[in-house]
Design a protein around this ligand. Structure first.
Ligand code: NAD
Ligand code: IPM
Ligand code: MN
Length: 330
């Protein structure tokens, strides 16, 4: 198996290095490294060079760390957005499950399925009126809605789930969320054994905190999914354990939900588990289910033993967490 590794900026290289050590212990992988992010932009003039795109295309799957996107550089765009659109990685799957640590709530087992190519991330922005009016277009298509909603229902079906919750704001965003909702009602007809619930996004944010155990699969548009998944991560341990898969028909990129956390660079406090859990999801995706299960068991062991970084209440360094996982794997 060939894995493309994109460490990126900030703590990206620190956490991907740990995940690579673990993958190397689990299988016979070839790792091909690629440049991405703001450091690459400064060094070689591109945040997402063509060679990197080729490496992703040639790999069985890609593991991505994180990138820094300074808000004040004109015309600089986050390469992860370009990458999601370039490979049409229309699914952003963000599982959120109870972990065996004290700060994690009990009884949580949900998959947040975030549309990953359109909505407010359609990259259609402009400034008018001599800079006094700024416009971002929110593009929702029938095709884009249908494929993500169908993915969510298939995921529910394959995992024996009883419900799918569609999250929108169709009461206000009548055109865009209205279309998303209309398509959801149609797709739901093809799954008579799965109940479709709907929630308006603000109420869903409240319900996530009030009664998170009610959710099995949530499917929503791009920005709502971005925000709800960061919030949901806090139910089970926070961004240090939140992971994701960007999945398309021809490529897949696995990454932690967190960013480059500049404050943590060099402190050895960055939690590598989000990236290691992303690697576990990647193993499942490439058909290495036995290794994925083995890794999950090892991670749970390490969590139970309290061998974790300070964000989870432990005193391990980034590297020590990996050492404990490698030990548990043996
Ligand atoms: P962030 O996710 O980098 O960090 C927010 C906070 O979460 C940190 O201060 C820290 O307290 C915690 N955290 C994050 N990762 C952690 C880890 N591995 N272990 C322990 N704690 C962790 O978000 P931010 O500070 O808003 O953004 C920093 C930079 O990252 C920005 O330039 C932003 O654009 C970028 N970003 C990139 C991605 C990505 O690459 N996919 C995602 C989000 C943000
Ligand atoms: C995420 C991140 C990205 C997003 C940013 C860095 C472009 O927050 O992966 O959740 O908004 O999708
Ligand atoms: Mn985000």
């Amino acid at each position: 198996m060939k894995i493309c590794v994109l460490p990126g900026d900030g703590i990206g290289p620190e956490v991907t290095e740990e995940a690579v050590k673990i993958l190397a212990a689990l299988g016979d992988f070839t790792f091909v490294y690629g440049d991405i992010g703001y450091d690459a932009y400064q060094q070689i003039g591109s945040s997402l060079p063509d060679e990197t795109l080729q490496k992703i295309a040639d790999a069985d799957a890609t593991l991505f760390g994180a990138v820094t996107t300074p808000p004040n550089i004109p015309n600089y765009e986050s390469p992860i957005l370009k990458l999601r659109q370039h490979f049409d990685l229309y699914v952003n799957l963000r599982p959120c499950k109870t972990l065996p640590i004290e700060i994690s709530h009990e009884g949580i087992d949900m998959d947040i399925v975030r549309e990953n190519t359109e909505g407010l991330y359609s990259r259609r922005e402009r400034v008018e009126d001599n800079g006094d009016t700024a416009i971002t277009e929110r593009v929702i298509t029938r095709k884009g809605s249908e494929r993500i909603i169908r993915y969510a229902f298939e995921l529910a079906k394959n995992n024996g789930r009883k419900t799918v919750t569609i999250v929108h704001k169709a009461n206000v965003l009548r055109a865009t969320c209205g279309l998303f909702r209309e398509v959801a009602l149609e797709v739901a007809n093809d799954y008579p054994n799965i109940e479709m619930n709907e929630q308006i996004v603000d109420a869903c944010a409240m319900q996530l905190i009030k009664n998170p155990g009610q959710f099995e699969v949530i499917v929503t548009t791009n920005l709502f999914g971005d925000i709800l998944s960061d919030a949901a991560s806090m139910l089970v341990g926070g961004l240090g354990v939140a992971y994701s898969g960007n999945i398309g028909e021809h490529a897949a990129v696995f990454e932690p939900v967190h960013g480059s956390a500049p404050k943590y660079v060099g402190t050895h406090n960055a939690n590598p588990l989000a990236t290691i859990l992303a690697a576990r999801l990647m193993l499942e995706h490439i058909g290495m289910d036995a290794e994925a299960k083995q890794l999950q068991t090892a991670i749970e062991q390490v969590l139970q033993d309290g061998n974790v970084t300070p964000d989870l209440g432990g005193s391990c360094t980034t590297q020590q967490v990996t050492e404990h996982i490698l030990e548990a794997l043996q």
